[in-house]
Ligand binder design. Structure first.
Ligand code: XBP
Ligand code: MG
Length: 218
């Protein structure tokens, strides 16, 4: 039987990417750079997961110090905006988490984002999750499966007892490579992507409950 739900954060719990994008742009302005990431450019930059890695992919010749400074400023901007209420959970997320908690399932987060961003988004609600693995915890980011391997080890459960909720192709690939079943909730930047390997793809989780998810697993 199903013993745990494992959630991605960015795009899955909340539509975070526009706030990430604005925060990168704010960091560029503060550093006196004329770099600007519009939506089409950001869509292609999202092929690289992890903010620092994304900056590096955009500016291969920049110094490590500049990349680090920009990412620090970006994180400060992002967390401030989230504290100010820029984000809320996507449809269906809170009911699903509540039902899972009521039925005694374990809950985990598997994300490439920084810990500070999770704390800003969730605050005391971090306590809902038995296991949280974030960007600082793994050497390689999605689509590498290391984040999911670490979540499984910390949950102390085999992959067959868990179900992953993701919004991106990278996330599906990472979870599948760790032997996990995945359900997709499409997000603003990932709609229409190739989710080969997913059990099901939904526009959001508004009509999805635990029984539906159990039935999908067969
Ligand atoms: C989301 C990401 C994150 C954020 C930026 O991927 O790629 O890197 O865009 O966060 P996923 P940081 O949802 O697959 O985990 O700047 O803190 O890295
Ligand atoms: Mg995501």
């Amino acid at each position: 039987p199903l013993a745990a739900l494992i959630f991605d954060v960015d795009g899955t719990l909340a539509e975070t990417e526009e706030v990430h994008r604005e925060s990168f742009n704010a960091a560029f302005v503060a550093a006196g750079l004329d770099w600007r990431w519009d939506r089409p450019l950001y869509r292609s930059l999202l092929k690289v997961s992890g903010g620092r890695e994304r900056l590096r992919a955009y500016a291969p010749d920049a110094s490590d110090a500049l990349i680090a400074e920009l990412h620090k400023a970006k994180t400060a901007h992002y967390t401030r905006m989230v504290h100010e209420g820029a984000l809320s959970f996507r449809p269906g997320i809170e009911p699903l988490i509540e039902q899972a908690r009521d039925e005694g399932l374990k809950l985990a987060l598997a994300t490439t984002t920084s810990r500070a961003n999770i704390d800003a988004l969730l605050g005391e609600r971090c306590a809902w999750f038995d296991v949280v693995v974030c960007g600082e915890d793994t050497p390689r980011k999605k689509p590498d499966p290391s984040v999911y391997h670490l979540v499984l080890a910390r949950l102390g459960l085999p992959a067959e007892r868990c179900l992953v909720i993701e919004d991106s192709a990278h996330g599906v690939q990472a979870a599948r490579a760790a032997g996990l079943a995945v359900v997709v909730t499409e997000s603003v930047y990932t709609g229409g992507d190739d989710f080969t390997g997913a059990l099901a793809v939904y526009p959001d989780l508004g009509c999805i409950d635990l029984d539906r998810l159990r039935a999908l697993r067969g």
